[in-house]
Structures are given as C-alpha cells and as structure tokens.
Design a protein around this ligand. Structure first.
Ligand code: A2P
Length: 316
C-alpha cells in the first residue's frame, strides 16, 4: 500500500477507513472487516461518539495475533470542548480508554474553535463558545505536544486549518503540525493549501472524499452537487474499469494526500481499498481539474458566532 511520509519520517498508509457517521451497531464490524481486508489506517474522533465500539473491534482484532497493533495507523481527534491546557490530556486518555489502546499514532486538533468545557452536544448560542483570546490555539497545541512527550501519541497535527491558521501557529512554535486533515475532493482541490503544506512538510489527509452523502439533513445545503453521480468522474471510471468511488479515492492518493473514505458496507469497504490497484492518467487529472468549484460539503458556518468570536472559519 502506498504511504504518505511525514516530516519525522513516519509513514501513514494512504488509504484509511473513515468512521465519521458510522453508526453504533455497525462500526465495530466495519473496522474488523476493514482490518482483515488489509486496511492499515483507521481514522477516529471523540465527537463521532463511536470510539468505544471501534475499541472493541481493535481489541478483538489485535487479540487474534495475525494483525498487530503496531501494523495499524490509528488517528483520533481532540474535541472542541477540551482546548484548555488542563483538559487536553484527560480528553486524550478518555479516547485511549475507549479505543482500548496505549497510544495513538496521530492526534489532531479537530477544529481551530473552542467550546465551553461543560457544553454537551453542539453549540446553540454564542455563549457556548470560548474565544481564541480565552484559549489560544498555542495553549492547546502545547498540551498536545506534552501528550507526545509523555508517549501517549506518536505524532500531532491539526484539522480544518487554513493557511493563515497554520502560519499563525507556526510563528509560535518550532514543533509544527505534521498533518492537516481537511476536506478535499474534485469539487474542492485546495491547490494553494496543498502547495503551502508541501513546502512546509505538512502532510494532508482528505476527508469527505466521496461527498459524505450520509450527513444529516441539517448539515446539507440545498441542491448539493453529487460527486458519485458526476458525469466526468463516471466516464473516467468506465475507461479505467473502476468504480466512481475508486476514481475519487485514487485522485486523492495520486495528489500525494492520505484519504479516509467512510463505509460500513463490507463490499464497499473492500472496493474502496482496491482503488490502490487502479491508475489515473494525466488526461484524467486534467479532466478532474475542470470540476474544481471551491465547494464544501462541510460548511464551517455552523461554528461561526454572531458576536464575532468566530467568523469565516476557513479564512476564505
Ligand atoms: P456506506 O457506509 O453505506 O458504504 P465520505 O467518505 O465522503 O464521508 O462518504 C461516505 C458515504 O459514501 C456514505 O454514505 C457511504 O455509505 C458511501 N460510500 C462509501 N463507499 C462507497 C462506494 N464505494 N460507493 C458508493 N458509496 C460509497
């Protein structure tokens, strides 16, 4: 399997299983099937509310001795309620306990946004947020570095960070994120971010590579374009004797990013991993370039406040 190299020299298997939206009751089997099918990278997060079940899958699989813990790259993410320095390591320890692991390969700051620590669920008013003056990103970052020092995680990074936010953080620390996980697909190429990250040895992971059509109705915009139904992608899939999903996944990998398609369906889990066997041509990439329309399925506006604490999350 192709690997994405981090600044430290560590290698992340390019195709990982996403677990956002993977329902309880389904995610345990999905992770076990994925690991047995050859996935070596599982992407998790505390806010997905399914880490306990993912942990059961890890415990079952790693017990069998054929697949070892150290053969699998496990990522998780710090939720927005735990940005204060004293809250970071306890949140991480909860994730480790849920996942039944001693360490994570990678821990990401999920969003450059802080919520009040006692907030349950998602914010309903401006009062539910802490400003970045109250909890600066560097405070959270330094606590994550401390977690690395303690051996609880091997690598640290961020998610949903713009170039501006990466630059801000880089101006305050010598220990720069090794990874930035962001939305990337043919409707959202993010070429500038790709270039910036390449120049600064920050690897990227592409989320929502298939368009995340299983988001709840509240999360969807009206008349969203579908990636899986796109005629340009369909045509490439036919030519390469592949499925549309495989073309979308391979597009990410050939751009040098890791990619985490989510599925709980056994056939699709295997289909997605098998995309490593197909190859796109220069002509295919040229055709896919024409699809870029800066469209986001995950609209950060749900984290914007009317009091100005947070606005323009993606700095666009
Ligand atoms: P399912 O879990 O039933 O397979 P994303 O990774 O962009 O968030 O997209 C996840 C969505 O895409 C889910 O609805 C998932 O459904 C679906 N999906 C995953 N793999 C495939 C595939 N190979 N073909 C079609 N749909 C897929």
């Amino acid at each position: 399997m192709k690997k994405i190299q981090l600044r430290s020299g560590a290698e992340v298997p390019a195709i990982g299983l996403g677990t956002w939206k993977s329902a309880p009751g389904k995610v345990k089997d999905a992770v076990e099937i994925a690991l047995k099918a050859g996935y070596q990278h599982i992407d998790c997060a505390a806010v997905y509310q399914n880490e306990k079940e993912v942990g059961e899958a890890f415990a079952n699989t790693f017990n069998e001795d054929t697949i070892k813990r150290e053969d699998v790259w496990v990522t998780s993410k710090l939720w927005n309620t735990a940005h204060k320095k004293e809250d970071v390591i306890p949140a991480l320890k909860q994730t480790l306990s849920d996942l039944q692991l001693d360490y994570l390969d990678l821990y990401l700051m999920h969003w450059p946004v802080a919520f009040k620590p006692d907030l349950k669920g998602f914010p309903e008013s401006d009062d539910d947020f802490l400003s970045l003056e109250e909890v600066p990103i560097i405070e959270t970052w330094e606590a994550m570095l401390e977690a690395k020092k303690q051996g609880l995680v091997k690598h640290v990074g961020v998610s949903n960070f713009s170039i501006k936010k990466l630059k801000d953080l880089m101006s305050k620390t010598d220990d720069v994120p090794e990874m930035n996980q962001v939305e990337l697909h043919p409707y959202l190429h993010q070429n500038e971010l790709l270039e910036f990250c390449k120049n600064n040895q920050i690897a990227l992971t592409a989320y929502s590579p298939l368009g995340s059509s299983d988001r709840t109705k509240e999360m969807k915009a009206e008349n969203e374009p579908s990636l899986l139904d796109n005629d340009v992608v369909k045509k490439i899939a036919e030519k390469r004797d592949a499925t549309v999903a495989q073309v979308l996944i391979k597009w990410s990998v050939e751009r040098g990013t890791a990619v985490i398609p989510k599925s709980t369906n056994p056939g699709r889990i295997k289909e997605n991993l098998a995309s490593e066997k197909i190859a796109l041509t220069q002509e295919d990439h040229e055709a896919l370039k024409t699809l870029d329309k800066h469209f986001r399925y995950v609209n950060g506006k749900f984290f914007e406040t009317s009091d100005g604490k947070y606005s323009n999350i993606y700095d666009e």
